[in-house]
Design a protein. Structure first.
Length: 140
């Protein structure tokens, strides 16, 4: 599995998250954007930056991806509920992300407090989002 597949697999394996976003068989967890007219709530994730530390002699094989995870919902309470479960799943994670065949993670750090947002143009009534950024230190 590549990093994005591992990241998705970790979120999709967490029943606290999938119970809120459509169930384990078809969770509404998507890279970058959700399909048009998706039921709410949904989780969107994307890489927003990366860190490639360098040594004078050679690179040490470690790097990081900064992942932004947005929980979207019809209500702020719905978005907050999903964001809380995402935070519990990812914050301070260390091990194999996504299970067998996944990417080895040294540690995941929560970098931002939850940022709440409202998009009045989304859907028919608008949607709420709670956005969090995580730095994932990867063993490459």
């Amino acid at each position: 599995m590549d990093f994005n597949e591992s990241f998705y697999a970790e979120l999709a394996a967490d029943t606290d998250i999938t119970d809120l976003v459509g169930g384990a068989s078809d969770p509404r967890i998507y890279p970058v954007k959700a399909p048009q007219d998706s039921d709410m709530p949904v989780v969107l994730f994307q890489t927003i930056s990366g860190i490639m530390p360098h040594l004078m002699g050679s690179d040490d094989g470690f790097g990081a991806r900064i992942m932004q995870v947005a929980a979207w919902g019809d209500t702020l309470a719905s978005a907050r509920g999903v964001a809380d479960k995402v935070k519990a799943c990812l914050q301070d994670f260390a091990g194999t992300l996504g299970g067998d065949g996944g990417v080895t993670i040294q540690r995941i750090f929560l970098e931002t407090p939850p940022i709440e947002s409202f998009d009045p143009n989304a859907g028919t009534e608008g949607f709420w989002a709670v956005i969090q950024d995580f730095t994932c230190w990867i063993e490459e």
